[in-house]
Design a binder for this molecule. Structure first.
Ligand SMILES: Nc1nc2c(ncn2[C@@H]2O[C@H](COP(=O)(O)OP(=O)(O)O)[C@@H](O)[C@H]2O)c(=O)[nH]1
Ligand SMILES: [Mg+2]
Length: 378
């Protein structure tokens, strides 16, 4: 059951590509009047500047579709919406049609999963009557199709004004999931005399994740760029799942020489974590990960020497001169590998470490330290 470093790196790389290719499509409608900040919000929330002008594709006269090859996010925008009487009817008809087509397909990749209805927070704290009528109209229609609507109060530079509007909307008991005020981008006033920072995008993300199907949560994490902690939460869950599987594999203790039985579980785990972070990975990064944890260059991964070196670091295990790996030890090793990889992803997400650093000593040292620390924590 020998496996070389190169084999394992290739396996991981392929598993990552497959995992990302197989992510379900997340389909979201972002609507609201022209100028309220839909495009700004989209570009702040998601990787890839999806709402940049020029990459939209008309679906109907009112609806434009934004998507990119290889990216499991599809955004439907209503770019020229002025809320005139005739237009509201057309927009409603087109959105409902879009929802129906998705439902009829019976394919989760085609269904509309969520609507963000954007209203900008106005200085005079009043809610335009026509707008309110329209939200009532739209949400009562979409409620029948059970697509959740989140009302996003954009440009909430003044949170007091936003709260007044939020209360006004809530008072109508509309069939909506939630009202969330946000600032999508820093806003400077008086020529920079003071600045209102972007805020609440993480809350919008959380609210969105609570109202879409479980099978889309990896996709949502993959495409979002506003919350490291949400990515980490989801990634920790993937590690827990893998650790449980490893414990089960080791339930009848694995001989040293069969430690490689754990590898499929660990490969799946690495693929899930990578998909959740949505960071581009190359073989160099994976080589750094594997060689500084499960084995060293040239040697077999999880071979006898590597395993005994790992076991020495686990309190209460290394001293037992056993020739087997128990279930709990298998779990500890898997968890340590997963957590070390999450730390690596985190540092890459924050720009604290580059793919280049990982070619050299520094990156490997960080991974190796994280791995060892986690083994000791058992
Ligand atoms: N600073 C700042 N400007 C915003 C924000 N949201 C929208 N804007 C500005 O408002 C204008 C209209 O926004 P846009 O996203 O194009 O609105 P859309 O027509 O709904 O897509 C643009 O000039 C944006 O820069 C925000 O959160 N912060
Ligand atoms: Mg726009």
């Amino acid at each position: 059951m020998d496996i070389s470093l190169n084999d394992l790196v290739n396996q991981c790389f392929k598993a990552i590509q497959d995992r990302i290719r197989n992510l379900r499509n997340f389909n979201i409608v972002v609507t609201g009047k022209t100028g309220v900040g839909k495009s700004t919000l989209i570009n702040s929330m998601f990787h890839g500047n999806m709402a940049d002008t020029g990459i939209g594709e008309p679906v109907t006269k009112e609806i434009q579709k934004h998507s990119k090859p290889g990216c499991p996010l599809v955004i439907y925008d209503t770019p020229g919406f002025e809320l005139t009487k005739g237009q509201t009817e057309n927009v409603k008809r087109d959105i409902l049609k879009l929802i129906e087509t998705g439902v009829e397909s019976r394919d989760v990749n085609q269904m509309i999963h969520c609507i963000w209805y954007c209203v900008s927070v106005t200085g005079d704290r009043t809610f335009d009557g026509g707008e309110l009528e329209w939200i009532k109209d739209l949400t009562s229609s979409t409620a029948k199709t059970k697509v959740p609507v989140i009302v996003v109060l954009t440009k909430a530079y003044d949170m007091d004004d936003a709260k007044v509007m939020k209360n006004q909307i809530n008072a109508y008991n509309l069939p909506i999931a939630k009202v969330v005020p946000v600032v999508a981008q820093d806003k400077s006033f008086n020529g920079g005399a003071y600045i209102v920072r972007a805020c609440n995008l993480e809350i919008l993300l959380q609210v969105t994740s609570q109202c879409i199907p479980e099978e889309l949560l990896d996709t949502l994490q993959h495409v979002q760029k506003v919350s490291l902690s949400e990515k980490k939460n989801r990634a920790h869950a993937a590690v827990a799942t893998a650790a449980a599987a490893a414990v089960a594999t080791g339930a009848s203790p694995i001989p040293f020489s069969d430690a490689a039985l754990l590898i499929p579980t660990q490969v799946t785990m690495i693929a899930s974590i990578t998909a959740i972070f949505g960071i581009e990975i190359n073989k160099g990064i994976l080589t750094a990960l594997v060689s500084s944890t499960l084995g060293s260059a040239g040697a077999t991964v999880l071979g006898k020497t590597a395993v005994s070196n790992i076991l020495k670091l686990i309190p209460g295990v290394g001293t037992v001169a056993g020739a087997v790996i128990s279930g709990s030890t298998a779990g500890v090793i898997t968890t340590a590998l997963g957590e070390a990889y999450i730390l690596l992803m985190e540092k890459m997400f924050l720009g604290e470490i580059s793919a280049q650093d990982l070619e050299g000593e520094r990156g490997r040292q960080i991974i190796s330290e994280a791995f060892k620390q986690r083994l000791k924590k058992r």
